[in-house]
Design a protein around this ligand. Structure first.
Ligand SMILES: [Cu+2]
Length: 113
């Protein structure tokens, strides 16, 4: 008993870890999509953390995205320069985006009230 318990625990722990990984193959955010139609756009609210209009990048701390099964997180999005120039760091925003492979691209963004 004393000897088998740690082994059992180790197995349970490794199984648990494996399941968690499969669930959250997040980084870069290519994970989501199982339930998302390709090309579908998704809506979320967030706070602008960083904008680089020239580079076409914006970092948003966004809330959960139900249509993708994404939990709230902070992540980078691609954004057109024109759109990037309409928002600034610290602002709350409503936005829409599409996901393609590793990239999430903003299609619409506006200050939230
Ligand atoms: Cu995200």
């Amino acid at each position: 008993m004393k000897k088998t318990l740690p082994l059992t625990l180790a197995i349970i722990l490794s199984l648990g870890a494996g399941a968690a990984c499969a669930d959250s193959v997040m980084p870069g955010m290519d994970m989501g999509g199982q339930q998302a139609k390709p090309g579908a756009s998704h809506q979320a609210v967030g706070v602008v953390k960083k904008v680089d209009a020239k580079a076409g990048k914006i970092t948003l701390a966004h809330g959960a995205v139900k249509s993708l099964n994404w939990p709230p997180m902070t992540m980078p999005f691609r954004i057109s320069r024109g759109q990037a120039e309409t928002v600034r760091a610290g602002q709350r925003v409503n936005f829409e985006f599409v996901v393609s492979g590793m990239d999430a691209t903003i299609t619409k963004i506006e200050p939230a009230h």
